[in-house]
Design a protein around this ligand. Structure first.
Ligand SMILES: [Zn+2]
Length: 297
């Protein structure tokens, strides 16, 4: 029997029409962040939309000629917020706060996995001597998150060791003069972190992973891999979870559960990064540090 040619079309057209707007669904979950209940919410929303569309991030009402208040800088502040987002000297407290918010978002995902313990306490994270031989004094270096994985579990088997140190990096997509740095920015930052930490940590029998993202929400491939494997473990709900990849292949319900969790991790972290980037493009006083948190919890 011939399938009805017209029968499926309305559904397909609907899907096609919704495609480019899928991000609206993600924003919808976090909509309370963009109203008056959250300080700077409307400004954050405006900036997020402007960045997504490539428009100036400053509203015409704010559009007075302004100069960077970082001491020793004094450059003109562009309307896309690139200078503000990449001039680091004296706004370090603000930048650290944004970095820590992203770090906390990732830490929350890892800590929530069955059998995994994880800390961001600097006293508990293993240190090593700096690799850079140019330095006269031996300086201690360390990552941002120290994770202990169940020894017989899925994560330890894909990472290769039950001890893992993660270093979190956020990088702006443009130079101070507004020149786009392109996608290789993520790879360059990740390479630099691997060079700095991998060998010294390996000699302590600790695995090292850089988590690199940019200020609009792109994540380096290795971060996406980490989230994928984290979602696999989360979907299994077990501490001893060997052979999960094969199980996902056979059990479709498990596969869908993992896909659901994986997508949620990506969406939550991606929106968090975009919202933090929006804060970074304005003066800190115009925003609160309130962070996106989905309503599921
Ligand atoms: Zn500056």
């Amino acid at each position: 029997m011939q399938p009805q040619p017209g029968a499926r079309r309305p559904r397909e057209e609907k899907l096609k029409r919704l495609g480019p707007l899928q991000w609206i669904g993600i924003i919808g979950v976090h909509s309370h962040l963009f109203d008056n209940q959250c300080k700077g919410g409307q400004r954050r929303w405006r900036t997020l939309v402007a960045v997504a569309l490539g428009l100036p991030t400053l509203h015409p009402d704010d559009n007075v000629l302004a100069f960077c208040d970082v001491r020793g800088c004094g450059e003109w502040l562009d309307h896309h917020g690139h200078h503000r987002a990449s001039c680091t000297c004296r706004l370090e407290g603000h930048l650290h706060a944004l970095h820590d918010r992203f770090q906390a978002g990732l830490h929350g995902i890892l800590r929530d996995l069955p059998g995994v313990t994880s800390t961001t306490d600097k006293h508990a994270i293993p240190t090593h001597v700096a690799v850079d031989r140019g330095q006269a004094r031996a300086q201690r270096e360390q990552g941002d998150i120290y994770v202990k994985l169940p020894a017989s579990g899925h994560l330890a088997s894909v990472i290769g060791k039950p001890d893992l140190v993660i270093d979190v990096t956020r990088a702006h997509t443009h130079t101070q003069r507004g020149v786009a740095l392109g996608r290789q920015l993520l790879q360059h930052k990740a390479d630099a972190k691997y060079r700095k930490h991998t060998q010294p940590y390996t000699s302590q029998h600790i695995a090292f992973l850089p988590v690199v993202a940019d200020t609009v929400g792109h994540m380096h491939a290795d971060v996406v891999r980490l989230l994928y494997h984290a979602a696999t473990v989360k979907a299994s709900g077990n501490v001893d979870n060997e052979g999960l990849i094969g199980r996902a292949r056979e059990d479709h319900r498990f596969g869908f559960r993992r896909a659901n969790i994986f997508r949620r991790y990506q969406a939550d972290l991606g929106l968090l990064l975009a919202a933090l980037g929006a804060q970074q493009r304005h003066h800190p006083q115009h925003f609160s540090f309130a962070v996106p948190r989905s309503r599921r919890s």
